[in-house]
Design a protein around this ligand. Sequence first.
Ligand code: KG4
Ligand code: ZN
Length: 357
Amino acid sequence: MMQTVLALETSCDETAAAVVQFKAGKFQILANCIASQAAEHAQWGGVVPEIASRRHLESMPFLVDKALRNSDIGFKQINAIAATVTPGLTGALLVGSITARTLAKLHEIPFLGINHLEGHLSSSFLSENPPIPPYLALLVSGGHTELIHVERNLIYRRVGQSHDDAAGEAFDKVARLLGLSYPGGPSIERIGINGDPKRFPFPKGRVSRPEGGFYPYDFSFSGLKTAVLRKIQKLELLKDKLPLADLAASFEQVVAEVLVERSLKYALDNGIKSLVMVGGVAANNRLRKMMSEEASKKSVAVHIAPKAFCTDNAAMIGTAALLRLNSGTSPSSIELGVSARFQLDHSDLLYQVDAPF
Ligand code: KG4
Ligand code: ZN
């Protein structure tokens, strides 16, 4: 059976529209259009919600038009219109949601509200060897750092998380400390490429258990950020030029080590043979290489989303919508709104007659 969806993504600072098709057991991206606002937000050192909403509004009509033209698909051929409805900036989410619901109503096509995190997780199906459950997913983005045990498609159990900053947030904050531009991940990667990752042994943040010991699969990145700050302050006292490349590489190294070690520990402790890595931070080359090498030593298969589908895009939202359609999920209520937060493991509620928000 062939299914085609138009998908919209506006949860943060990328306006995106895509047309994705499921045909002969494969996901095919017919169009994947993105208008990034990152350069504009960079002037302010981070995402300004009001600017994000306004830019989404301005770009959306052009992106929908472009996605349909690039894919040569008309509304008659579309089985569902999907949009990210949670989590994210509410004003930003509303733009994609209202656009999708209006088009759905106008053309009498089912509407599917998608959880952004389910979108990220679905991006692994766009890799060359899609994962087959059960698998462990490491979701590392600007807002989330989570280990998710996926026993069956679309059934999620969170087994690890960051207790403070998300990994991407740590990249963004440390980039700012180093005087590098937003978004921090690509800036740190660019400058750290020739750096010495062993020069500064930054600490691997751990989360203590009240009863003693540590949570083995959880993360903490705020202490690391402080350690980088202290190191910068010490180096500045010496009045030398900051060794930016070594600082960036050493920071990247410890983040990658922590993510790889704890993910593999969970996989090995629980007999999981397959590991998925998705989200903006999964675009990081040092992390991709380390994860592939270490997992292969432990005979764990790794499925990493292609780089273009790690950072926010609508193709992953379309893929999630197709997985939902294939699983027989009912469409969302046209009255489903948006929410800044919503638990991933409650995503089934997005397809109930009584919308949860
Ligand atoms: O998934 P994403 O585009 O948006 C969220 O859902 O948050 O992730 C954005 C985050 C930002 O914090 C950004 O600095 C980080 O992903 N990021 C990277 C890289 N590219 C983006 N971090 C490390 N290395 C990269 N190459
Ligand atoms: Zn994202």
